[in-house]
Every structure is written in structure tokens, then in C-alpha cells.
Design a protein around this ligand. Structure first.
Ligand SMILES: Cc1ncc(COP(=O)(O)O)c(C=O)c1O
Length: 331
């Protein structure tokens, strides 16, 4: 069920009751983004808007619900008793996973955590435990092996019937949820020449890319050394394409612009100029909180391109992927 609330100051709102396994509703908003003065480009005309994914869902904001949705349905279809996933001690994914499971579903939940667990848990892990998830620490070396890690084998041996959600809610099912997300966003407003989204695993980007909307998709990686990821995103988008559309590989390839140089020193690191940008951005967009790992770097990168004259688009939609709980990891 869906209804539109009248347009208000060029903000667009849609309230929509969410689907299976999800009580409550989505709040979808597109709002204009005010370019901080230092990044203005007086020789070009262009507008930026932000799709406020961070406001969408009470427990799994941004891309989180979309990446979890089909995994949860699959776990239910398989009648799994246990559901498990992996993440770091500040993981947005594990936070959303725990809150969603506690609020809506009947699985017993487990989480493998990268690195040792310290007696004083991070705020993210405190919430994860509070929501009833059992934590399993993994040595970094073992954790890197993902679903092949020894700790995963140990858990399978102990519990037997475990449905595993890959790190970050990834894989084809995660991307499929993001394809639905792209349809939802496009239905709200399709008058853009480019969409921009942050990337970690690239799952969200693959889902958005597989949507046949013929706009350019700019993907900004939060990771250092992620150059190889473009090919992975394309391959994942193509695997969805076989299920959903008739786009050719060439067409997808042409629409995908991958940027691996926006990490500002590395994952979760902040350069001085990035911190300044966050302040400048807040000053002119006081109702637009950026997360510390993904959206701040994405917007910073795009604004620099715009200022240099390297952003050719007239109307750009930046997709806010949530992650605001991550600020609790910083002093
Ligand atoms: C807030 C936020 N934005 C963006 C991403 C990147 O998403 P993906 O891993 O699908 O590329 C993540 C990671 O899941 C995230 O937590």
C-alpha cells in the first residue's frame, strides 16, 4: 500500500508499508543537497539531490534492509533454525541483522566477529548482544577466509542447521534486494542523469546497476586498493540480469563508473580535509547527517569532482546508504 504526500519545497515523500516480515513502514525522501561554498562551480549548472535511505527503516536503515530481505526469506523457506553472519566490531550490517532478527523473526542468531573480543564491547556489539545474538570471535587471519573460516566450520558442526548470510549481507540475494531498492527509488523520481552510491563489498552497487534505468551509476569505494572490485560488481549485476532484464553486458559496462581513489587514507580513516568537508557540509545542510565511513567520503569525492569541472551531469542523485550508528565508534 502506498500513498504520496504532496510535494513540499521540492522534497518528495512517499510512505509505504513494507513487505513480508517487516512491521512498520518506509519513509522515502529525496531532498536537495546544498553545495558548500568552497566546492561551488560558477561555470556550470547542476543540481544535487540525496535519497535519504538513512531514514527508511527503523532497524535496518539505508541499504541494510534491502540486502537482508531475500536472505531472511530464504532462511525461512529453508526452515533454518539458526541464522548467522560475519562482521567487524562496528559493523552496520551486524547491527541491522541483530535488530531485525530480534524484532521480527524467530531464528536463533549468531555472529562471527573479526578480531578478538574485548571485555568492553563496542557500542555496536553491545546492541548486537542486547538483541539476543551470540558472538563468536575469529582471528583476523581466519576471518579473512569468510564462509570457509575454521570458526564457521566449528559453528556448523555445533549447530548443524545454520543459514549463513555473507559478510555485509552480500551475494546474489543481497544484490537482488538492492535491485528492488533501485525500482523503488526510480518510481519516486526518475529525472536524473547520474546516481551515486558508496561501496564496501559492492553488493548494493551491483543491485542498483542491474536495474535497467539508463542513467550512469558512479560507485565510490570506501576501501583502499579496491580497483579489482569493478569487475566483481559487473559480474554480480550480470548474474541478476539473467533473472530480471535484457540488458547487455556492454550496456551495463558503459553505465558503471567505479572510483577507488576516494578512501582518504583507508577504510574508516579520515583525512583533515574530509573532516573539514563534513563540517562545511553540516553547516549548509544541517538536516543531512553523513555517516563516518561511506557517505561522507562519497559526497566529498563528488563535490571535489564538481568543483574541478569533472562532473558533467545536470541532475545527480546521491543515495544515502545509512550507517549513522557508526559514529559511536569515534570520540
Ligand atoms: C552505511 C553503508 N553504506 C554503504 C555500504 C556498502 O555497501 P556494499 O557492501 O553493498 O557495497 C555499507 C556496507 O554494507 C554500509 O554499511
Amino acid at each position: 500500500m502506498q500513498w504520496n504526500i504532496p510535494l513540499f519545497c521540492s522534497l518528495q515523500y512517499v510512505l509505504e508499508f513494507a513487505s513480508t516480515n517487516h512491521r512498520g513502514f518506509f519513509l522515502s525522501i529525496i531532498q536537495p543537497f546544498i553545495i558548500p561554498k568552497r566546492y561551488e562551480n560558477l561555470h556550470r549548472q547542476g543540481q544535487f539531490f540525496v535519497y535519504r535511505g538513512d531514514l527508511e527503516h527503523p532497524y535496518a536503515p539505508g541499504n541494510k534492509w534491502h540486502k537482508l530481505k531475500y536472505h531472511l526469506l530464504e532462511a525461512q523457506a529453508r526452515q533454518a533454525k539458526y541464522i548467522a553472519s560475519l562482521g567487524g566490531p562496528y559493523s552496520n550490517h551486524l547491527h541491522a541483522f541483530a535488530q531485525t532478527l530480534n524484532t521480527h523473526l524467530e531464528f536463533k542468531a549468531l555472529a562471527v566477529i573479526r578480531g578478538e573480543l574485548h571485555p568492553r564491547l563496542t557500542p555496536t556489539l553491545r546492541d548486537v548482544v542486547w538483541n539476543g545474538v551470540e558472538l563468536w570471535p575469529a582471528l583476523r587471519r581466519d576471518y579473512k577466509r569468510g564462509l570457509h573460516a575454521d570458526v564457521v566450520k566449528q559453528i556448523n558442526a555445533l549447530y548443524g542447521d545454520v543459514y549463513w548470510i555473507p559478510e555485509g549481507g552480500g551475494g546474489e540475494l543481497g544484490a537482488k534486494g538492492c535491485l528492488d531498492w533501485a525500482k523503488h527509488i526510480e518510481a519516486l523520481d526518475n529525472q536524473y542523469d547520474a546516481w551515486v552510491v558508496s561501496a564496501g563489498t559492492g553488493t548494493t552497487a551491483a543491485g542498483l546497476l542491474s536495474h535497467p534505468q539508463p542513467v550512469d551509476l558512479h560507485v565510490i569505494s570506501a576501501l583502499k586498493g579496491a580497483e579489482h572490485q569493478r569487475a566483481d560488481i559487473l559480474a554480480l549485476a550480470l548474474s541478476l540480469k539473467t533473472m530480471n532484464s535484457t540488458q547487455t553486458e556492454l550496456a551495463l559496462d558503459k553505465r558503471l563508473f567505479f572510483h577507488s581513489e576516494a578512501h582518504e587514507g583507508g577504510f574508516a580513516k579520515h583525512s583533515g580535509s574530509l573532516l573539514e568537508f563534513i563540517d562545511e557540509c553540516n553547516a549548509v545542510n544541517p538536516d543531512l547527517p553523513l555517516d563516518p565511513i561511506y557517505t561522507c567520503k562519497t559526497l566529498f569525492y563528488v563535490m571535489k569532482q564538481w568543483h574541478k569541472g569533472d562532473w558533467p551531469y545536470r541532475r545527480t542523485l546521491l543515495i544515502h546508504t545509512g550507517g549513522l550508528q557508526g559514529w559511536r565508534g569515534y570520540a
